[in-house]
Design a binder for this molecule. Structure first.
Ligand SMILES: Cc1cc2nc3c(=O)[nH]c(=O)nc-3n(C[C@H](O)[C@H](O)[C@H](O)COP(=O)(O)O)c2cc1C
Length: 337
């Protein structure tokens, strides 16, 4: 029996299999209003027809100044709810559960407006120098995450994920490479964690469903967070009743990364084992056998797939064939399945 195709429950939300569509920015809001377009509906619904268990929407900005680009998806306004809700209805129709990745780009925003970060350090020469966030800016941003969680609930998402990876705003607070603050949000790791800690608490006031957090488990630079730090953060999140840590890596500072099949899985496995929290593995997971090995050996509870799902929206079917599993088809497709 394949474990990849077994169901799993998070706070009463049952995913029909362990396959997650990883968040992928599509930069497709051409009107620059953050709203769902027909492209998004086609793009995500194709993967729901393809039987992906959990479809996670791309990094979705909680504030306009937190967008990576002007074409990012947004959830900073009540006007965003309608499109997201209609999309969810489609995805649920095909049996997928849905998630939204709440995001703020911080110093990695490429916008004309002022950009914000814990410290006034540019990511590289081609990025703007951000404004150091005041306590008031911090409070506003937390409020934005909280309000976004309320909108996610109104739009009928099943899962919320906080984007604390890839060098975006939350990650900038967590990492000693990007956080030079001398107040209660900087310095020791207890302080660097505070921003995420308070966002989790704020979001939980509005959102009682499953909560995932994506972190970068390796910063590929000297002076960065260590595995001991990541375990400290993971244990704190577990205490805060976060349901799963989605274990990615990189993006904090410019660095060259040697990527190979499953390159992020060992750290994901360590976090699962040492912190006793469910984890999601991501990064060059491309075959059914590889995904099955990760789940069967308890190295992760979910596999997140990105680029392979761009190539093959019906990847679950491809994997099922590889693993001799029978996957049900949407009724209309039964004759060809
Ligand atoms: C087009 C594209 C857009 C991405 N956008 C996001 C994003 O919005 N949020 C995020 O956390 N990761 C993002 N990622 C990273 C993926 O979620 C994933 O972690 C990475 O691609 C490695 O998985 P893969 O080898 O299966 O592609 C993106 C990746 C791609 C290829």
């Amino acid at each position: 029996m394949s474990k990849l195709f077994s169901s799993i429950d998070f706070k009463g939300v049952t995913l029909k299999n362990r396959i997650v569509m990883a968040p992928m920015c599509m930069y497709s809001c051409m009107a620059e209003d953050g709203k769902i377009t027909p492209f998004h509906v086609t793009h995500y619904t194709s993967r729901a027809v393809g039987q992906v268990g959990l479809i996670m929407l791309e990094a979705t900005a909680v504030q306009p100044t937190g967008r990576i680009s002007p074409q990012d998806l947004g959830i900073w306004n009540d006007e965003h709810i309608e499109g997201l809700k209609a999309l969810n209805e489609q995805l649920h129709h095909y049996g997928s559960k849905t998630a939204i990745q709440l995001a703020h780009a911080g110093r990695k925003a490429q916008l004309d407006s002022t950009i914000y970060a814990p410290s006034p350090l540019a990511f590289s020469e081609s990025y703007k120098t951000p404004k150091e966030m005041t306590e008031e800016d911090i409070k506003e941003t937390m409020e934005a995450f909280k309000t976004a969680a309320r909108r996610a609930k109104q739009a009928n998402f099943d899962v919320v994920e906080l984007h604390a990876a890839h060098g975006y705003l939350i990650n900038q607070f967590l990492s000693p490479l990007t956080n030079n603050r001398t107040d209660q949000y900087g310095g020791a790791r207890e302080n660097r964690y505070r921003f995420l800690e308070e966002i989790i608490s704020a979001v939980k006031q509005e959102w009682t469903g499953p909560l995932f957090v994506r972190i970068s488990t390796n910063e590929y630079a000297t002076g960065s967070n260590t595995m001991d730090d990541f375990l400290y953060y993971a244990k704190k999140m577990h205490e805060q009743d976060v349901d799963l840590i989605d274990c990615s890596s990189g993006g904090v500072v410019p660095a060259s990364i040697q990527a190979y099949p499953g390159y992020q899985v060992p750290r994901c496995e360590t976090i699962k084992r040492e912190a006793g929290i469910a984890t999601g593995a991501v990064g060059l997971i491309t075959t059914g056998v590889q995904a099955e090995e990760i789940i069967q050996n308890d190295r992760a509870d979910l596999v997140f797939l990105a680029r392979v799902l761009l190539r093959d929206p019906y990847w679950p079917r491809t994997a099922a064939n590889e693993l001799n599993e029978k996957l049900s088809a949407p009724k209309q497709y039964e004759r060809g399945w």
